[in-house]
Design a protein around this ligand. Structure first.
Ligand code: TYD
Length: 139
């Protein structure tokens, strides 16, 4: 499964804490874009897509949420993010859903691409077909 929970390197001293991200320092890719998700309403599921080129690093910098990750070949994991010292790296071509946001959740997202709607696969059946095709070609 192409995901990894990363324990972030923290600069901490008597003043408090600071966590920084750059390629090969708390983040495995070159960062081209960042955004954060906040004020998410109860019961909402965000995401529900796979990306052809984007890798993501997700950090719950406040509150908590859950991430469902699905590799399209039957492997599904549900991860809780509730600690700003940890980041979840998700590779490209992984189906993901974000849900169960706490009322105060702020989810920071870093990625290696500029925004391009054309690299989004938003239909699960289409995603499964692409993965199945890839698997058949490599077997
Ligand atoms: P959307 O993909 O629905 O967010 P999520 O995956 O969290 O459910 O994006 C919501 C809107 O924001 C949509 O109109 C596209 C826009 N958007 C950008 O313009 N740039 C970005 O980097 C992102 C992530 C979204």
């Amino acid at each position: 499964m192409n995901y990894k929970l990363i324990n972030l390197k923290v600069f901490g001293d008597e003043r408090g804490h600071l966590i920084s991200f750059q390629k090969d320092n708390n983040c495995p890719f070159d960062i081209k874009r960042s955004f954060y998700i906040f004020d998410t309403k109860p019961g909402v599921v965000r995401g529900s897509h796979a990306n052809k080129h984007s890798q993501f690093l997700l950090i719950a910098i406040n509150g908590s949420c859950k991430i469902k990750i699905d590799n399209g070949s039957g492997k599904i994991e549900n991860i809780i993010l509730n600690d700003p010292h940890k980041a979840l790296w998700i590779d490209k071509m992984i189906w993901k859903e974000m849900y169960d946001f706490s009322y105060n959740a702020i989810l920071l997202v870093l990625t290696n691409t500029l925004y391009d709607e054309n690299e989004y696969i938003r239909n699960y059946e289409e995603y499964k077909n692409i993965i199945q095709g890839d698997n058949e070609r490599t077997n």
